[in-house]
Ligand binder design. Sequence first.
Ligand SMILES: Cc1ncc(C[n+]2csc(CCOP(=O)(O)OP(=O)(O)O)c2C)c(N)n1
Ligand SMILES: [Mg+2]
Length: 611
Amino acid sequence: MSKKLVSDLMVDYLERRDVKYVFGLCGHTVIGLLDALSRNDKVKYISNRHEAVASTAADGYARLTHKASVVLCHLGPGLTNVLTGVANAAFDSIPMVVIAGDVPSYYFGRHPHQEVNMHGDATQYKMLEPVVKRAWRVDDVEALPDIMDKAFRLAESGRPGPVLIDMPMDMFSREMEDYLWDRTYKDSHMTMRPALDPAAAKAIAKKLVEAKSPVLHAGGGILLSQASEELAALAEFLDIPVSRTLMGQGCLSDRHPLMIGQTGFWGLEFTHSLTTKADVILGLGTRFAEADSSSWYRGVTFDPDYTTFLQIDIDPLEIGRNYPVEIGAIGDLKIGLAQILEEVKKICPEGKKNPELRAMIAEAKAAFKESRTDIANDSRFPMTPQRILKDVREVIPEDAVIFTDVGWNKNGVAQQYDITIPGTIHHSSGLATMGFGASAVLGGKMAAPDKICLTLTGDGGFGVNPTCLATAVEQNIACTWVVMNNSAFGTIAGLENANYHTKFGTVFHTPDGESYTPRWADVAKAYGVESICVNSAEEFKPALEKAMEANRAGRPFLVEAPMENIVVPTPGCWNINDIFSPNDLVKEGKLVKDEHGRFVAPSHAKSHNAK
Ligand SMILES: Cc1ncc(C[n+]2csc(CCOP(=O)(O)OP(=O)(O)O)c2C)c(N)n1
Ligand SMILES: [Mg+2]
């Protein structure tokens, strides 16, 4: 029996769990744990200049490792700052364990320094409750071993997400018998994933085989459970087209002959022509979210009056959330899709072939590519976003890992940039957080040091937290930032202009109306990061090649590309347009009113027998 400092026991625990990095920002409440980390050479501390950079980098790291990343933060302003990255992880189902220092337990009730106590004493950890699966305040160090095991297990199992361990700061410097941590040596670090109920697999297989025009609608859940091969096998065996959500991008190559692309606001008419006419849609790890479902306007992306929905998710809360389901089943998709294929083979051993469908998909994709060729080759300056994406595609390796942000980079990439390898694109979807990409790429590169890792971000997004540059320099993280600079919160400028014909509050300018932007390439240099701001479209590819060279030699790089503000095509619908400009979508012919006075797709108002 021997006594050890709790902070050392915690770090030992992290090492046993094979935690390689702790992403954090210091404060007086956590220096006890920092001291313990300084004495461990297996768990590396990654110091950041803003807690949102720490939590977002940790998010990016966990997206690649599929294991909980660890964040360390201070109380009060540390907690308020860390929240955005934690929330982002929560809404994209990313596992994370946040350790926060808190006020000393013997000062509970006295409102000590930096405590947020508007609604209770020693309750500031509750600020994170809406965005974590569980928050523990550690009032007794003897509970800590149990809490640590439970925290990691909860973060990583079921639907992954963040959890919080809130440590009154005096707990770090208590002493504790190390035998009290015995359970943590016995408790496995793995939670086996659940298969589907065999009856559900059988019923779903039957529905798919009997359907005339089925669609598999794939969400982020496919990538979280690493079920791409199983998805491809099922789709190919029955020749069923696969549509996808934003988070599903890469689950099946965008060039796969059965992939029909993203649905929703940014979805293409061709994609919707199949999803609205599907007699059966099997939703896989998706909640049929608003953006992917054109605000659920009937008949635009999906037609719940015509289609029978089936749905598989790991989270029972998501089953039937937005559309009524005939079969809803809980289970892991990697296991579940294999079970379904096995059942399919029993009733349809030959499989099905649909060459007409494949030809139609190939033709529609080629036509869409063709329609963008001119703008993607245009050498005007500021550059077109399409040209930037085309050049990026030509320079970076196929297996490079891309983090997007919000704005053209995300919406345009999801619509127009072919991702061919699962796990090589990472979007912020549930929270759609401006500033995600620039920091998440740090963690991505740490998880995949041998890969090229870059972010495509707007200037608004990059400007949220340029301190990510300091982290890259201090921690030697060789990633690339591509800043697509249109001197504006361009996406919102586009929406405001479409609805109100103004851009007030959305474009960057000086008091006398001159367009304004910080020169982000110069900012990068000031932080010690090499950079280029291009002066013509022709300079962009060589600049990006330089960035790749620097990354391969172990150095970060920033490329700034002045960009024209062009809106991403939006063939689908989003009800903000209907809220701000009622009837405009009717005038444009996108919506009509049905017999109940509800907006629906024009085709939906007609008889369903036509389908
Ligand atoms: C933290 C946060 N604040 C506000 C928004 C709303 N929003 C969505 S897109 C956008 C503009 C993004 O600008 P930029 O990064 O420059 O990309 P662009 O639209 O110009 O391509 C904003 C402000 C958001 N998503 N996240
Ligand atoms: Mg912008």
